[in-house]
Design a protein around this ligand. Structure first.
Ligand code: UD1
Ligand code: UDP
Length: 378
């Protein structure tokens, strides 16, 4: 029997670890599985746990308003030690590139527990973009004893860093497992979806927007807001922009300041995952700087304009569903207008692709943990 501890802190970690948590908890004969929340996010984390009906075993409850990287990192390392002391995990599973994943991995190393890294090997090779995530995942990659790389390219990045090849598997990304599971649970009669239907005009083309990257704070967000305002004004009769605004005050403040008075821009609270999947499906196109949304949208056949200069997810760019537009106001306007008014350009970008997986990543990860084998999903 192996003791497995999954540590999660933010919305995307919860979404992408949810199907793995559910499957591992069902395998009592092989694993004693527990979940530890750092609660780096609070409301946005709890939304996901409620939707997937996940109960945590430990909750460090660490989020502070407008927290900073330094204190959050040290708070996690300090607060998680007693959890490791009590549960004595054989494996600590961390996800991706957040402060939670890197601090939990480092603390696990200090406590003598082995670390398995889910969504390993993503790189932009620019340590300032995304900041601090590129450095976080590189550090976690150095600590980890097992690497679950979503794609061939992410495995190759690890091999190039001289990570031992027998510790790396290509599993696909659990984001697709989560999306497939999430779609089966969407209830069109849920309060949030019913409310969305009452405020959105679904006869118009819906542009769904999300954004929260630290490197875009300040001028970047101001440029993005200017672009969205022009797009909304130019296309007043047939476009509606829906923007569930991230709770980070560095995002809330500029977005509310620049966009709250435009009638065809709807600024709303972050949506629960159920409503967000529903809204992605209803959207004409998506403008985002999110990592997870870049992975989900190609599966749904939705074109994505990514407000970043570099991406650690080149697969969807290569497949043609994702285009990098940075935070240049004019570029965001030009590319959006083209997709709104040029049917050929739209059709080219809206083909369905699944470059990130087939929905079986969690089964592969569980087989690897059980048998300590290497898997090469192509
Ligand atoms: C974090 C991750 C980022 C991930 C993002 C997902 C790091 C360094 N960043 O960034 O990689 O893409 O989450 O959304 O780990 N807040 C709330 N309630 C919430 C969540 C956030 O009020 O449920 C506010 C708080 O004021 C908090 C602030 O947002 O202090 C920032 O949260 P934080 O997790 O530090 O940064 P994110 O920008 O969310
Ligand atoms: N998401 C959500 N509600 C929202 C916006 C996004 O549930 O209002 C989901 C989205 O489907 C994706 C994940 O949150 O799975 C992405 O999280 P985020 O953009 O915050 O972080 P990133 O992926 O950039 O790390």
């Amino acid at each position: 029997m192996k003791n497995i501890l999954l540590v999660i802190g933010t919305r995307p970690e919860a979404i992408k670890m949810a199907p793995l948590i559910i499957k591992l908890k069902n395998q009592h004969q092989f694993f004693n599985t527990k979940v530890c929340l750092t609660a780096q996010h609070r409301q946005m984390l709890d939304q996901v746990l409620d939707f997937f009906e996940i109960k945590a075993d430990y909750d460090l409850d660490l989020m502070k308003p407008n927290q900073n990287l330094h204190t959050l990192t040290s708070d996690i390392i300090t607060a998680i030690k007693p959890v490791y002391d009590e549960f004595k995990p054989d494996w600590v599973l961390v996800h991706g590139d957040t402060t939670t994943s890197t601090a939990a991995a480092l603390a696990a190393f200090y406590s003598g527990a082995k670390v398995a890294h889910v969504e390993a090997g993503l790189r932009t090779f620019n340590k300032l973009a995304p900041f601090p995530e590129e450095m976080n995942r590189s550090i976690t990659g150095r600590i980890a004893d097992l690497h679950f790389a979503p794609t061939k390219a992410s495995k190759q990045n690890l091999l190039n860093e001289a990570v031992a090849k027998e510790t790396i598997s290509i599993t696909g990304n659990t984001v697709i497992d989560a999306l497939k599971l999430g779609i089966t649970k969407v209830n069109e009669q849920s309060n949030e979806i019913v409310n969305l239907k009452s405020i959105i005009n679904l006869n118009k083309k819906i542009i769904l927007v999300t954004g929260h990257r630290r490197e875009n704070f300040g001028d970047g967000f101001e440029n993005i807001c200017k672009a969205l305002k022009v797009i909304a004004e130019n296309n007043f009769d047939d476009v509606e922009i829906i923007y569930p605004v991230h709770l980070n005050p560095n995002v809330q403040n500029p977005v509310n300041k620049f966009l709250s008075n435009q009638p065809n821009i709807k600024l709303i609270q972050p949506l629960n995952y159920e409503s967000f999947i529903w809204l992605m499906n209803k959207s004409y196109l998506i403008i985002t700087d999110s990592g997870g949304v870049q992975e989900e949208a190609p599966s749904l056949g939705k074109p994505v304009l990514v407000m970043r200069d570099v991406t650690e997810r080149p697969e969807a760019v290569d497949a043609g569903t994702v285009l990098l537009v940075g935070t240049d106001t004019q570029k965001i306007i030009t590319e959006t207008e083209q997709l709104l008014h040029d049917d050929n350009a739209y059709t080219l970008m809206s083909n369905k692709h699944n470059p990130y997986g087939d929905g079986l990543a969690c089964d592969r990860i569980i087989s690897i943990l059980k048998e300590e084998i290497v898997i090469e999903y192509e």
